[in-house]
Design a protein around this ligand. Structure first.
Ligand code: SF4
Ligand code: SF4
Length: 371
């Protein structure tokens, strides 16, 4: 039976470091040995300071690295940021400063190798360092996610897809969140991180996972060796049916969910956590999905007062649905597949998903039927 441990915590390093050591010690069960190559995989989405709650906090990364060093193993901290240069991410996030004095390799994933994650995706390109690590310590942030509802332990491993291959996968799986969740679960299972600690001390609510989300203090650290069990437990804490999280549902369908989870610690129910408005209104025959997507599903919309016309969103739009003009950016909603990569990667939080007129009407009708 998988075990989930919860601790009340803060970013005070004197309190945090022994808690991380304790968590890792109790879930490690001998994975980390002398000279093991240990990959520490935080969420390093984009350059952002700790108070924005976009990235795993630098002190959680430091404490995990210190634990690995104390075991005589060899830590490597890596990710493939969704946007921005890796060096900029570790500078702006305070990670470089936090690692001061430690002899640690902190480097971007660069090379990918083909890796079989099983059907229906089979061989896909995954970061070589992740494939070759003896142990993976997975350090996700507890955040909302406009397309996937939340990004937690399972989704964090998507960072092991290197560079522009990430938006490519978003494009290939389109707005089919269930198919994308299936991909995430397969990547998670193939990489099998040994230990996962979720940073829920300063979490994110609202329109995450980027700058449009709102930091929310929860003061929670959660650890376990089974990230699916952790993700299910987070949903329970937030008062959400666990199967509303696409990755949980996909994990259940794939037979990766244990019926019982052993829980240790104080598990509060958080009542006022704001979720993003997600769930594209796609239903009915597949033939109609294109039409429905265009007219009913929330669209990315810019706030011209915030947009700086940097053009970053264009890089992530594999559908080529965005153009930048002198007067602002514009979207071709017929081409747009509603993957929301542009919202996720806009460095200024200038984009949000907005309900269409007809989508709003249908949502209200459905809501009335269910209440
Ligand atoms: S929406 Fe964001 S990413 Fe796109 S041009 Fe404006 S500021 Fe840049
Ligand atoms: S415009 Fe945004 S949401 Fe639409 S396809 Fe491009 S990146 Fe995805």
């Amino acid at each position: 039976m998988p075990k989930v441990i919860l601790k009340k915590s803060s970013y005070n390093y004197e309190e945090l470091k022994p808690q991380i050591f304790e968590l890792l010690e109790s879930i490690d069960s001998g994975h980390i040995r002398k000279n093991s190559r240990v990959l520490i995989k935080p969420n390093l989405l984009a350059p952002a300071p700790p108070e924005s709650a976009i990235l795993t906090h630098p002190l959680i990364i430091r404490a995990s690295a210190e634990y690995v060093l104390a075991k005589g193993a060899v830590p490597q901290i890596s990710d493939s940021p969704g946007s921005g240069a890796f060096d900029k991410v570790i500078m702006e996030s305070g990670i470089k400063k936090a690692l001061n004095g430690l002899n640690i390799d902190c480097t971007e994933f660069r090379r990918s190798v083909p890796f079989d994650i099983g059907p229906p995706f089979n061989k896909i390109e995954i970061a070589e360092d992740a494939v070759n690590a003896d142990v993976i310590i997975n350090l996700p942030k507890l955040k909302t996610h406009t397309q996937m509802l939340l990004t937690l332990g399972v989704k964090n491993l998507f960072g092991c897809i290197v560079g522009m291959r990430k938006p490519e996968w978003h494009f290939r799986t389109g707005v089919d969140s269930e198919m994308f969740a299936g991909l995430l679960v397969r990547i998670y299972k193939a990489l099998r991180p040994s230990l996962t600690i979720i940073d829920g001390i300063l979490a994110m609510e609202g329109a995450g996972p980027g700058r449009s989300g709102i930091p929310k203090h929860l003061g929670l650290l959660m650890g376990g060796s089974d990230a699916v069990a952790l993700d299910i437990t987070v949903c329970e804490l937030l008062g959400i049916d666990p199967d509303r999280l696409f990755t949980n549902k996909a994990a259940r369908a794939a037979g990766f969910v244990s019926e019982e989870i052993e829980k240790e610690g104080d598990f509060p129910v958080i009542k006022d956590f704001r979720l993003p408005e997600t769930v594209p209104v796609i239903f009915g025959p597949r033939k109609l999905h294109g039409f429905m997507r265009r007219h009913l599903v929330q669209r990315p919309v810019p706030d011209d007062k915030i947009c700086r016309l940097c053009g970053e969103c264009l890089r992530y739009c594999h559908a080529k649905a965005i153009t930048v003009t002198k007067n602002g950016i514009s979207f071709d909603y017929d081409r747009c597949i509603r993957c929301y990569c542009c919202i996720e990667f806009c460095p200024y939080g200038a984009l949000s998903a907005r309900e269409t007129f007809y989508g709003g009407i249908i949502r209200k009708i459905l809501w009335r039927r269910h209440h």
